[in-house]
Design a protein around this ligand. Sequence first.
Ligand code: SF4
Ligand code: SF4
Length: 283
Amino acid sequence: MKLTIASGKGGTGKTTVSVNLASYLADKGKMVVLSDLDVEEPNSKLFLKTKLLNEKDFHKMVPKWERENCTFCGECGTNCSFNAIIALPSEILVFPELCHSCYACSELCPTNSLPMIPRKIGTIKEYETQNFNFIEGRLDIGEEMAVPLINGVIKYTQDRYPDSFMIFDAPPGTSCPVIEASKDSDFVFLITESTPFGLNDLKLAVETMRVLKKDFGVIINRYGIGDDSVEKYCKNEKIPVISKILNDKEIAKIYSSGELVYPKIEHFKNSIDEIANFVEKLK
Ligand code: SF4
Ligand code: SF4
């Protein structure tokens, strides 16, 4: 079972739900692995007591220009759809940060002047916590391509823990990184708030999930603030609302001190229990 926890925007409580759900399911006896796919700004680890088990560099393949046989025909610049390579009359410029590793320039170069070489773009770290395993991807500063690393973290998770219950904490938004984090999951939880801003971002996230043809449901966080527009929207669109997590300053206090919330707040624990029960029925 693979679950993705996503949201249309940051700051909706996605990581709080991910970390607490992972620990709660582990307390119930499940083998759980949580992977933080927000590789540009991973923060799940802040809420966990971790011990490092493994660390490895992550690379993507990029072209390296070799001048010797280049005829400056310009084909490489024409064939790159991502403006990652520019062919000048006497120089070929490669911008590895923009490269999507599609191999087109390399394979179509008539003189084999663009061999593909590995370039480090980030790290993958694997930890154990008090009751589940945790994997984090972290993009190097200055790197722009999150998708290859997100894909690498998912693959690492599946290879290392094929029999575990996998929870993926997705990056916020509705663009390529969240699509990559959701496309192979069995179910996606969309976390939102019951405000007009929350509704706007939820609608975008719902459109994305529908294009991906994913099963998904909504968790309303900070329930009690704002209005009932999110609930009305979900009802009209026949989207299941899995749980409503009450707005409570104590949650923010516990969260900001880097601790798990469900052992300390009963109504939050009840919400996590609702989500866990829903997950049980997905099988
Ligand atoms: S396609 Fe190959 S030969 Fe042509 S300009 Fe690019 S690197 Fe040079
Ligand atoms: S591998 Fe693809 S994306 Fe990268 S520079 Fe070549 S054509 Fe462009």
